[in-house]
Design a protein around this ligand. Structure first.
Ligand code: G3I
Length: 353
């Protein structure tokens, strides 16, 4: 029997898993309450259509999480669909929702190769024009949300898996210096926001995480205002789970950087079964445990919390079931694993900022 966050108050759920969960004043404590004990924010990416249309989704987003990330609505194609025509409406709605629910916002994302407006990708701009366009985009966007964004993903996914810089409109036309420029421009626009480099597959040791470490070290040495590195945490159980995560996170912390898990989900080849769901739970536990063991890991964010709205099936055919709750908001072993890890008080107050 599974309990459902939508239909059954967790404390009333009769499953063995629910019985193991900590009770608090007769009511099960939420993830955000448990994370607060660890001085960690626990977050989710938010699908704005679901937030508008689905009351269970809205309630769980507000109750369980202390930070939110717009899944799509702060991306350039949404914010400036036509050149000079801005649309911050959906992003503003999420920022307002967060304020009402005492949540902090991760801004996602300023510089990326994907989800760019077509006027930008098809325009035949000179390097100088493109540099001005990027400067204006970063400045206008960061200023618009000034004081309301906790962490910005300033540059997203700039590396290939082999550790070389990704071929993108930015690298091709502006050269590798676009990365440092982006951080400088974002800092000028909001000096109090924490500025992150964000990428996937850097949970694994290897050329990509080494390259990001090298970049972060060089940026710090040059006085570029980078505050942290985000480990997206998109895992698939068919590929195995990364080992040595706490040690990997610690390498970044040694540079004086914060870290964060920014987009955790753990997919599988469908159909799901008990064994796969148990491995998935272990994947979530590993990511969260690495964060809890790292002194300056400041947030643990899942990329959506329910299989109902996941991006995975649309991109990886035959795969899915990647989230903490199933399509009916039923509690999966992964949710219990996260709850349990947060209840373990893995880090003491003295081990955190
Ligand atoms: O908005 C249009 C809508 O007008 C249209 O009718 C519909 C038809 O398919 O598409 C809608 O756009 C989709 C958009 O999500 C909003 O729902 C795009 O097709 C779809 O490609 C897009 O996917 C997003 C993906 O980024 C794009 O790269 C996913 O939702 C989002 O979860 C995913 O998030 C990324 C992070 O930003 C960066 N890290 C990896 C992560 C997963 O890919």
């Amino acid at each position: 029997m599974t309990s459902s966050l939508a239909l059954v108050p967790l404390a009333a759920a009769g499953s063995a898993a629910a019985a193991e969960a900590p009770a608090h004043g007769g009511k099960e404590r939420t993830l955000r309450q448990l994370a607060a004990d660890d001085r960690l924010r626990v977050g989710t990416a938010v699908d704005m259509s679901a937030l508008a249309d689905d009351t269970d989704y809205r309630r769980i987003t507000g109750e369980q999480f202390s930070t939110v990330t717009p899944e799509n609505v702060m991306k350039w194609e949404v914010i400036e669909p036509q050149r000079g025509v801005y649309d911050y409406a959906a992003a503003d709605q999420l920022v307002a929702f967060a304020a009402r629910h005492g949540q902090k916002v991760r801004g996602h994302t300023l510089v990326w190769h994907s989800q760019l407006p077509s006027w930008l990708t098809t325009g035949d701009f000179t390097a100088q024009e493109l540099r001005q366009i990027l400067h204006r985009h970063i400045t206008d966007t960061v200023r618009h949300f000034k004081g309301r964004i906790w962490q910005w993903d300033v540059v997203n996914e700039a590396f290939n898996d082999d550790g070389t810089l990704r071929d993108s409109i930015w690298l091709r036309k502006l050269g590798p210096g676009y990365i440092a420029d982006a951080f400088r421009w974002a800092h000028e626009a909001d000096p109090h926001a924490k500025l992150f480099y964000n990428d996937y597959n850097i949970e694994w040791s290897g050329p990509k995480s080494d390259a990001v470490l090298d970049l972060a070290g060089r940026l710090k040495a040059e006085g570029v205002p980078i505050d942290g590195v985000g480990f997206q945490g998109h895992l698939g159980i068919q590929y195995g789970l990364p080992g040595g995560l706490p040690e990997n996170f610690a390498r970044f912390e040694k540079l004086g950087l914060d870290t964060a898990v920014t987009e955790a989900d753990v997919r599988m080849v469908l159909p799901a079964d008990d064994e796969k769901l148990a491995t998935q739970a272990e994947g979530y536990r590993l990511l969260l445990d690495a964060c809890l063991r790292t002194r300056h890991c400041i947030s643990f964010t899942v990329w959506g919390f329910t299989d109902r709205y996941s991006w995975v099936p649309g991109v990886f055919e035959g795969e899915g079931a990647a989230n903490l709750l199933d399509e009916d908001y039923g509690v999966k072993p992964a949710f219990r694993a996260v709850q349990k890890a947060l209840s373990g008080h893995a880090r003491t107050k003295s081990a955190t900022r």
